[in-house]
Design a protein around this ligand. Structure first.
Ligand code: PEP
Ligand code: MN
Length: 346
């Protein structure tokens, strides 16, 4: 919809209408008492071509209002409101299926990884998380064990049967990550790394995209669009806290994103309370709130001995407390009509 300025001349209006028609769309001109509005009518492709005309810079144009959503594949309407249900190693995510994804921030050693995987599996977790490539604010901090860490994740998967979620930061590591990852995590800092999104899209592997620190929901959906556009339908979105003026906690967990994303998209919505909170005591209340709000899953950090953790220890749930936590989260998910996904039989 092109809104003309009150000062637009007949010639301006004709010229805008001609440009719209030059790309195959129909120009529908409505003359109001003060301003004229021109509707560009056509299909999705016409919409994109009209958007590319740069009509906002044209003489006499006040502003251009897109009517259709810029994310076409991620939009809820594309599936007539039906949710996408992913199947990852026999665990369903989305619809009525709730995924509890748990594990340490990072893979530190073989013992720590196998112990963490055992703890979360025994408590009924759906998937195991752990990073071998870590996006750290400081280049002097531990950066992850890389390929050695991936091998430890592979062993954890073999021992517990849990599918693995692990982060990819650099497309050069894609083949190595594909060896073990059932879900590739794209971290908050890479949410707008468009070449990486496309590369992961082409791999066809399920992807968990974390919302950028200062990204809008529309930007998150456009990131998902990059993966979907490559033909990869296996996408989960993750709210992990955003930057606001509040300094009492690390990030502000935007739980309103859960019902709003579920209205806008058919993709499953996961919540990460650990990175938002930055401290353990907030993780459970936010997990319960997220599950009750209708999230399709939680991704949470758990460590057998958080005081020994190399990274994110203060926010990690203590391994021995995890079974009780998992039970309460499951009860909260049930409030939203969802059942914990624990394997092929559920
Ligand atoms: C993580 O999940 O380990 C992580 C670094 O998260 P984020 O990208 O959300 O900061
Ligand atoms: Mn972490």
């Amino acid at each position: 919809m092109i809104v003309m300025k009150a000062t637009a001349t007949d010639e301006d209006i004709r010229s805008v209408a001609d440009r719209i028609e030059s790309v195959g769309a129909r120009a529908d001109v409505s003359h109001g008492a003060e301003i004229t509005v021109i509707g560009a009518i056509g299909d999705r492709d016409h919409d994109l071509r009209v958007a590319d005309l740069g009509l906002e810079n044209h003489d006499g144009v006040d502003h251009v209002m897109p009517i259709l959503k810029p994310y076409r594949l991620a939009a809820a309407e594309r599936r007539q409101g039906e949710p996408t249900v992913l199947e990852i190693g026999g665990r369903k995510v989305g619809g009525d299926h709730f995924a509890l994804i748990a594990g340490p921030c990072t893979v530190e050693s073989r013992g720590q990884t196998l112990e963490a995987a055992r703890i979360v599996r025994n408590a009924g977790a759906s998937l195991f998380r752990g990073g071998a490539y870590k996006p750290r604010t400081s280049p002097y901090s531990f950066q992850g064990l890389g390929q050695e860490g991936l091998r430890m994740l592979a062993e954890a998967k073999e021992q517990t049967g849990l599918p693995v979620v692990t982060e990819l930061m650099d497309a050069r590591d894609l083949d190595a990550v594909l060896e073990v990852a059932d879900v590739i995590q794209l971290g908050a800092r890479n949410m707008q790394n468009y070449t990486l999104l496309s590369e992961v899209g082409r791999s066809g592997r399920p992807v968990l995209i974390k919302r950028g620190l200062s990204s809008t929901l529309e930007e998150l959906l456009m990131a998902a669009e990059y993966v979907l556009k490559e033909g990869n339908e296996h996408v989960m979105l993750c709210e992990r806290g955003i930057r606001t003026f509040e300094t009492a906690y690390r990030f502000t967990l935007d739980l309103m994103a859960v019902p709003v994303l579920k209205e806008l998209t058919h993709l499953p919505v996961i919540v990460d309370p650990s990175h938002a909170a930055g401290r353990r005591d907030l993780v459970e209340p936010m997990s319960l709130a997220a599950a009750a709000a209708g999230a399709d899953g939680i991704i949470v950090e758990v460590h057998p001995e958080p005081e020994e953790a190399i990274c994110d220890g203060p926010q990690a749930l203590v391994g021995e407390h995890f079974p009780a936590y998992a039970e309460r989260v499951q009860a909260a998910a049930a409030l939203a009509g969802k059942k914990l996904s624990v394997g092929a039989s559920t």
